[in-house]
Design a protein around this ligand. Sequence first.
Ligand code: ADP
Length: 293
Amino acid sequence: MKSEQSVVSAIQSATGEPFSIQRQQSISSGCINAAFEISDSRRHFFVKTNRPSSRPMFEAEREGLLALASEGGPRVPVPVVVGADDHSAFFVMEYVAFATPGPHTATLFGEQLAALHSKHQSQFGWHRDNTIGSTRQVNDFTSDWVSFLREQRFGYQFGLAARQGYGGELQDLGERFLQQLDGFFSDYQPWPSILHGDLWGGNHAADGQGYPVMFDPAVYYGDREADIAMTELFGRCDGAFYAAYDSVLPLDAGYRQRRTLYNLYHVLNHLNLFGGGYHAQALQMLRELVSEV
Ligand code: ADP
C-alpha cells in the first residue's frame, strides 16, 4: 500500500491510540480505487487509496457515510480518517467482515432502507458535490425535483456524453426525453429523502450477524424510488427485500414507469465512464421513455 506511514500516523491521531500494520491484504473488487484490509493484533481497518487529487472524493464519501448512519437504518462502515500525502489520498474506515446473508438479511434491509428513506428535508440536493463512480455528481439544493433531474442529473450526463462524441440519436432522444420529463411527475410529487445514491448489488452485503451493510455511497436528498430502481439495474435483490420495503413505505403505482428513468442516469454514467454496450442500452431506454409519456 502506498503512503503506509501517513496512513498509520493518521489512524493514530484520529483514534488516539498506537497502531502499526501487522497484516495487510489487498482487496481487489473495487472499480475506482485500490483497497486494503490492514490490522494490528487487535484492530482492523479498510483503506482505499487513490491519487492525491482524490482527497475531496474521499471527503465526500466520508460525509456521505456519516449522513447515512442513522438509528433504524442499514449499517454503514464507520469512517475513521481521510488524508493525503505527496503519493496518494486515502480513506480509512471500519473494516466490516462480510458473510453470507442470513435468513432475515433481505427483510431487514428492506425495513431499514424504508426507515432511512423516511428521513426527509425540505430541499433536493446536498450541501456538497460528490462523485458517482468517478464522475462528478452535482448536488445544488433546489425545491424542484424535475429541474434538479433535468439539469444536475440528465443534463450533466448528456453534456459529458456530447463532449465524448456521443451525438446524433442519443442527443436527439435525450432532448425529447427532457422536454417530456414533467409528464413522469404529473401526479407524483416525491419528498427529498436521504439516498444512498449508488445502490447496486456490489454496494451492499451482510455482516457476520446477518445484518445488512451498505457502503460506497453517492449521497444526496432525492426521490427514494431512485435507490429502489438501482437495486433492479444490475440484478435484483431478494423478493423479501421489496416486500419488506413496501410494507413500511409503499411505492407509488407509477414507480415501474419511472424505474427506467432513474436507471437511465446510471446507464448514461456508465456510458461516459466505460463506453461500449452502454450506448445501445441508453438508446433503448430513451426510446422506451419517450414513447411512454
Ligand atoms: P470503490 O470505491 O473502488 O468502488 P468499494 O467501496 O466498492 O470501492 O470497495 C471495494 C470492495 O471492498 C467492495 O466491493 C467490498 O467488497 C469491500 N469493502 C468495501 N467497504 C468495506 C469495508 N468497510 N470493510 C470491508 N470490506 C469493504
